[in-house]
Design a protein around this ligand. Structure first.
Ligand code: FO1
Length: 326
């Protein structure tokens, strides 16, 4: 079964580990060329930032490290066994910003990426090359090879200005009220090679419990992607349980775009033209959304078995609904 997953950071990556297990396309042994990835991930690149001459792709790296076995598990981002000597040395030179947690092991990924981009390789080719090492057991495509960045318009004591999403998210912990969230460059961005083909060939599309605004929302914002998804059977997993995000600060993002922090409001925001099914937690079992088949089950990805069961339920609902569509 071919599944396409538009995904973002930590929640999406953890869900993908469960989906890979549920589909039996388990992490290949190193050098195993036989793994036939049934999963294509369309990774959010709106979080990307250039720092110290390096191009950093947080959501692509989080998926690659999580599925490739290199992730810092409790943080959900960055590398395991990380050190921060380069970060400290940069600060000693007075280099800014100092708020970004640039790890030494992670820096090697950014150097490879910066070198390949400078040599003219598109981000999709860079991502493929990096995945040669990590072998995530899925096909990881950036949503676009064009530069798109999420910036946040804030108005604090220093007056109204736009700051990079990473600064808002890391430095300000999304606590600065966001007047607007802007996807800079998205209007002229094109889906990366393979993205529209993967969607066309998919048996189902699953929206993981990633941030519906800055992760899944950014992917859907690339011209052509949402339009292609509308023709498919799409099942989403709510990132909001009982009126609160499971992790991260999706509520701050939802508030910024005027959407209530609830499982129902996120489904309505994504749209009944896009979503065929919507998995909600038992806490939200009374959720009803016009035109969307809502099912409730435990949604906390508390351990690998729980995550696999959630992914299995999403796939089963997609199969059930796709039969109805024929
Ligand atoms: N998140 C933080 O809260 N603090 C950090 O210092 C930080 C550094 C970082 C470095 C590389 C990377 O790939 C991700 C990093 N993240 C950090 C997470 C990142 O800001 C978010 O996970 C995504 O951008 C949102 O999904």
């Amino acid at each position: 079964m071919r599944i396409v997953v538009p995904a973002g950071g930590v929640g999406g990556a953890r869900f993908l580990r469960g989906l890979r297990a549920a589909l039996g396309t388990d992490a290949p042994t190193p050098g195993d060329q036989t793994t036939d990835s049934a999963i294509t991930v369309i990774g959010n690149t709106g979080d990307d930032i250039t720092l110290f001459g390096l191009r950093i792709c947080p959501d692509l790296d989080t998926v690659m490290y999580t599925l490739g076995g290199g992730i810092n598990e409790e943080q959900g981002w960055g590398r395991a066994d990380e050190t921060f000597t380069v970060k400290e040395e940069l600060a000693a030179y007075g280099m800014r910003p100092t708020w970004f947690g640039l790890g030494d092991r992670d820096t090697a990924t950014h150097i490879v990426r910066a070198q390949m981009l400078a040599a003219g390789y598109p981000l999709s080719a860079v991502t493929e090359a990096l995945c040669e090492r990590w072998r995530p057991g899925v096909r990881l495509l950036p949503m676009t090879d064009d530069q798109v960045e999420t910036h946040v318009v804030v108005d604090d004591g220093d007056g109204r200005r736009a700051i990079h999403f990473q600064e808002w998210w890391i430095r300000h912990r999304a606590a600065l009220p966001a007047e607007r969230i802007v996807s800079v460059g998205v209007e002229s961005a094109k889906p990366a090679p393979g993205v529209l083909d993967a969607i066309a060939e998919a048996d189902a599309v699953i929206l993981p419990p990633s941030n519906p605004v800055v992760s899944v929302g950014s992917v859907l914002g690339v011209p052509g992607i949402r339009e292609a998804l509308v023709d498919k059977t799409v099942v989403g997993v709510s990132p909001i349980i009982g009126g609160a995000p499971v992790r991260g600060m999706a509520d701050a993002c939802l508030t910024a775009i005027g959407v209530q922090t609830s499982a129902a409001a996120v489904a309505e925001h994504l749209g009944a033209d896009l979503l065929d099914g919507w998995l909600v937690d038992e806490a939200d079992a009374d959720t009803r959304v016009e035109g969307i088949e809502v099912r409730s089950r435990p949604l906390y990805m508390s351990d690998p078995a729980a995550t696999e069961a959630i992914a299995r339920a999403a796939v089963d609902l997609a199969v059930e609904l796709s039969k109805e569509r024929r």
